[in-house]
Design a binder for this molecule. Structure first.
Ligand SMILES: Nc1ncnc2c1ncn2[C@@H]1O[C@H](COP(=O)(O)OP(=O)(O)OP(=O)(O)O)[C@@H](O)[C@H]1O
Ligand SMILES: [Mg+2]
Length: 431
């Protein structure tokens, strides 16, 4: 099958026209890692970059100097690019961002009342979609400051990549919802004569609520909701503005996914959704792809060689044989195995004295074990390749970068650089 076009990561990072990169994907696939790695790489290639991370792992945040939450970008030490490239990073403090919106949209007295309202305090972080909305809000703020020539955005750890696009609308429709209208009604229609009869209905309603909740609690809810309502037009307008920002030509979406069927099915939905929303997709990052430094040795041949060693040698023979070790017999067996099977591994067995036969047998066993591991790895690689091919046949236009699974977590600048190099190379190391 035809290979997918390779994602030109460095071209994307170097292009002054690229102003926003959004890293989307399902939970745990490597969005935060990818966003941070792209930030480091772009800065070191000379751009003035800010990375907006969401819930970064503690050690990663520490290594970037952003382990304290103050909701503003900080310069990352240790990243100095050519031509004045700089990396700034922050992690999103959702609650603080919400507070800032309140402060920015209500007069000081009213803002104070909202912020002190117990409902605001407990609910502001809990609305479905708040985190996604706040990430968009923060993106809008960073873009408006115009201090950076590239903004790399991480997205919240949602179940589905689509949540990032859906959540702000969901939050909007919550704020627009019936429950809120009902609670709002006394405050809103109270002064309007023409609405008298409606007001009576609402009073009955809130009368019931007040019995249920207690009058002072209800008053808290109503104050909160009324205050939210004054900002609510603002919410909508801004969510719309950010949506347009995401559709702008300077924006590039990257979908991050693991090379697994469910993940790629999900990525395919997301790709289709972006197209439907007119949002520019740059490509797919296949993260944690397995590779091997010895792909010339197929799974079949590795397995055959392992069997050969095991049959010819004394490895994995009938339990009786392995248990009762007669050094002379073992030497014969190992020797015979090497000759019969034509395996190179033990070609020197016959020059060994009896005592070394044990060692050779161990070497055979370990070698066979390694060959089996290699065979398994090759099967994983083949499975991932098939999964990837299925995606590519569905969306042949989508450029792909493959990033190898590193042996450990990515928690420092060196790790991020290593990911960045793999992103730019687009093929897993060793492939
Ligand atoms: N290519 C890789 N090789 C090795 N480890 C990786 C790789 N990519 C990511 N990781 C590790 O996987 C874990 C999850 O990555 P990350 O936090 O970037 O995912 P995420 O998509 O942001 O998750 P969430 O949805 O929870 O926000 C981290 O510990 C990270 O260090
Ligand atoms: Mg994350």
């Amino acid at each position: 099958m035809d290979a997918a076009p390779r994602l030109p990561v460095d071209r994307l990072l170097d292009d002054p026209g690229t102003r926003i990169i959004v890293c989307c994907g399902a939970g745990g696939v490597g969005k935060t890692t990818t966003a941070a790695a792209l930030g480091v790489r772009a800065a070191e290639r000379g751009r003035k970059v800010v990375v907006l991370t969401i819930d970064p792992a503690r050690r990663l945040a520490q290594s970037m100097g952003i382990d304290s939450l103050d909701n503003t970008p900080r310069r990352v030490k240790g990243v100095d690019g050519a031509d004045g490239g700089e990396l700034h990073a922050m992690m999103l403090d959702m609650k603080r961002t919400f507070d800032e919106i309140v402060e920015g949209h209500a007069d000081a007295e009213r803002a104070g009342a909202i912020l002190a309202n117990p409902f605001y305090q407990s609910l502001s972080a809990g609305f479905a979609g708040t985190q996604e909305y706040m990430a968009m809000e923060k993106l809008g703020q960073l873009r408006a400051r115009d201090d950076w020539d590239l903004i790399v955005v991480d997205t919240p750890p949602s179940r589905s990549a689509l949540d990032f696009l859906d959540a702000p609308k969901r939050l909007g429709s919550f704020l627009d919802g019936k429950f809120i209208r009902v609670l709002m009604a006394p405050a809103k229609v109270g002064g309007r004569a023409g609405m008298k009869f409606l007001n009576v209905g609402m009073s009955l309603m809130t009368g019931t609520l007040s019995k249920l909740m207690g009058a002072s609690l209800l008053k808290d809810v109503q104050t909160f909701v009324a205050a939210m309502d004054t900002m609510f037009g603002g919410f909508r307008t801004r969510a719309d503005a950010t949506f347009r920002l995401l559709q702008a030509p300077g924006t590039a979406f990257l979908v991050v996914a693991a090379p697994e069927p469910d993940a790629l099915r999900e990525a395919a939905y997301f790709v289709e959704r972006l197209a439907a929303e007119d949002m520019p997709l740059a490509g797919l990052v296949l993260n944690r792809v397995h590779g091997s430094g010895a792909e010339q040795l197929s799974a079949e041949r590795a397995l055959a060689a392992a069997e050969n060693l095991e049959e010819g040698g004394i490895v994995d023979q009938e339990p009786g044989n392995a248990g009762l070790r007669d050094p002379a017999a073992e030497a014969d067996a190992a020797d015979g195995g090497a000759r019969d099977g034509g395996a190179e591994a033990d070609a020197d067995t016959d020059v060994h004295v009896d005592g070394d036969a044990d060692v050779d047998a161990d070497v055979d066993e370990i070698t066979a074990g390694l060959l089996r591991l290699h065979a398994e790895r090759m099967q994983v690689i083949a499975r991932e390749q098939r999964t990837r091919d299925r995606f590519t046949s569905l969306h042949p236009e989508v450029a792909v970068a493959e990033v190898a699974a590193l042996p450990g977590d990515v928690h420092d600048l060196a790790g991020l650089r290593a990911i960045g190099e793999r992103l730019a190379a687009g093929v897993p190391a060793g492939a």
